[in-house]
Design a protein around this ligand. Structure first.
Ligand SMILES: Cc1cc2nc3c(=O)[nH]c(=O)nc-3n(C[C@H](O)[C@H](O)[C@H](O)COP(=O)(O)OP(=O)(O)OC[C@H]3O[C@@H](n4cnc5c(N)ncnc54)[C@H](O)[C@@H]3O)c2cc1C
Length: 392
């Protein structure tokens, strides 16, 4: 792969709106990605392996629990810093960002927000340092876009709960030490349970043959009469709103992450267009190529403003789920379109692993589907503005 000479586009001087802390956090993540992710990621994606050696570095740049308070081992940062870290990591690879998103927003967030004090003290510091890795089990073979229909269930077994069922498409599951799993009790109410790797009857087979997120490990969670200690139930929230709250936090991070992937594709295409000569001129001199580049930077700039404002609203505790849906949907779609255009601008070279674009493009096919599909987020906006849900 080419050396990483990425330069971030900032057409509307967004940096002027960032604090010194934001820029420090962002630049540290950017340098780390250049040093530790860019040189190895293409190789790991080609091999379809997760690069475990980067876990310590992810912890060091604050990617595990950026907004979790320092007393629980988190970085104690605001929502914009969280977004900027996700942007930089996904600039490297969406699979690596997925690992960080799951750990922070889908494992640490529910333990911090819905967990007991004992659960927080036991798990959060180790999750923040990467000593423990987690995964999040919501999706099932028969229930993706409608998780409320889930069939995984638990019943009271006296001094423990007995858990049965299966989850599919679970990021990090093949190597996770713990799983935050959503299951129904005997009354059909959804609760979160912390499942630990060594519990009997719990297995995590890996999903192979993915063309997307190849440097991220994805798998199943199988529960065959797993005895779960009662103290592993998250006590402070139940119902579908509990997992959806986690998704809000992850989707917000994805809205920033997608900007990172788009920036990388744009920067690569711009650089290539200025260097590649055809018909005696750099291809950047042709109007058709300029149109592509001009539209890319326009869309990236709009996405940056959307996520920045959403970050302000999140910092004030005012961001709604529907606002988050809009940003996730818009920014991932924007990144996917930019990846496709940028790929074409590199001609034949665009399909090789010499450049990051094709990998971003394939990764984004997962990002546009997970954490709520493109269509489902549109329906969320539709329901929000009309007051009429059109899901069924
Ligand atoms: C690589 C990867 C990693 C993932 N990681 C995780 C994870 O860590 N944890 C986890 O719990 N899940 C995870 N997921 C699962 C992901 O969230 C689901 O794939 C997603 O929610 C869609 O569910 P589905 O695949 O079952 O598709 P379906 O729900 O079957 O949807 C199929 C199509 O139908 C459309 N559709 C569905 N309902 C409607 C409707 N009412 N109106 C119009 N169109 C509709 C959808 O938009 C989609 O286009 C991951 C998925 C992938 C691919």
């Amino acid at each position: 792969m080419k050396p990483d000479s990425f330069e971030a586009p900032d057409y509307y001087n967004l940096d002027d709106l960032l604090s010194d802390e934001h820029k420090l956090v962002r630049d540290a993540a950017r340098q780390w990605v250049k040093r530790e992710v860019s040189p190895i990621i293409e190789d790991y994606a080609q091999k379809a392996e997760f690069p475990h050696q980067i876990l310590n570095g992810l912890a060091e740049i604050g990617a595990f629990g950026p907004y979790i308070p320092e007393e629980y081992g988190g970085a104690g940062l605001d929502q914009i810093s969280y977004g900027l870290i996700m942007q930089e990591i996904e600039r490297g690879d969406s699979g690596v960002r997925s690992t960080a998103s799951v750990q922070s927003s889908l494992v640490m967030y529910p333990i911090y927000t819905y967990g007991s004090e004992e659960q927080k003290k036991k798990f959060l510091p180790k999750l923040a340092s990467g000593e423990l890795m987690g995964c999040f089990g919501l999706t099932e073979p028969n229930h993706g876009s409608n998780p409320g229909g889930m069939e995984t269930k638990f019943k009271d077994g006296g001094d423990h709960y007995l858990l049965n069922g299966a989850k599919l498409w679970i990021s990090n599951s093949p190597f996770a030490d713990i799983a935050v799993v959503w299951a129904k009790n005997e009354e059909g109410r959804i609760h979160g349970l912390i499942i630990e790797r060594d519990m009997e009857g719990f297995s995590t087979p890996e999903t192979h043959n993915k063309w997307s997120l190849r440097a991220s490990a994805t798998g199943e969670l199988i529960f065959d009469n797993v005895k779960v200690p009662k103290e592993n139930l998250l006590p402070n929230k139940s119902g579908l709103g509990a997992p959806l709250g986690c998704l809000d936090s992850a989707r917000y991070g994805i809205s920033w992450g997608a900007i990172g992937a788009a920036m990388d594709c744009y920067d690569t295409a711009l650089r290539y267009a200025k260097e590649r000569v055809q018909f005696g001129k750099p291809i950047a001199a042709f109007q058709l190529q300029q149109k592509k580049l001009a539209e890319m930077i326009t869309e990236i700039t709009k996405a940056q403003l959307l996520s920045f404002r959403l970050g302000q609203l999140k910092n004030e505790g005012k961001a709604t789920s529907a606002q988050i849906s809009m940003a996730k949907r818009n920014n991932v779609d924007m990144a996917l379109k930019i990846a496709r255009e940028a790929r074409q601008m590199l001609g034949g070279m665009g399909i090789t692993g010499e450049y990051s674009i094709m990998r971003h493009m394939m990764n984004l096919e997962s990002v546009v589907t997970y954490e709520g599909t493109h269509d489902i987020h549109l329906l969320i906006t539709g329901a929000d503005i009309t007051g009429i849900p059109a899901f069924n």
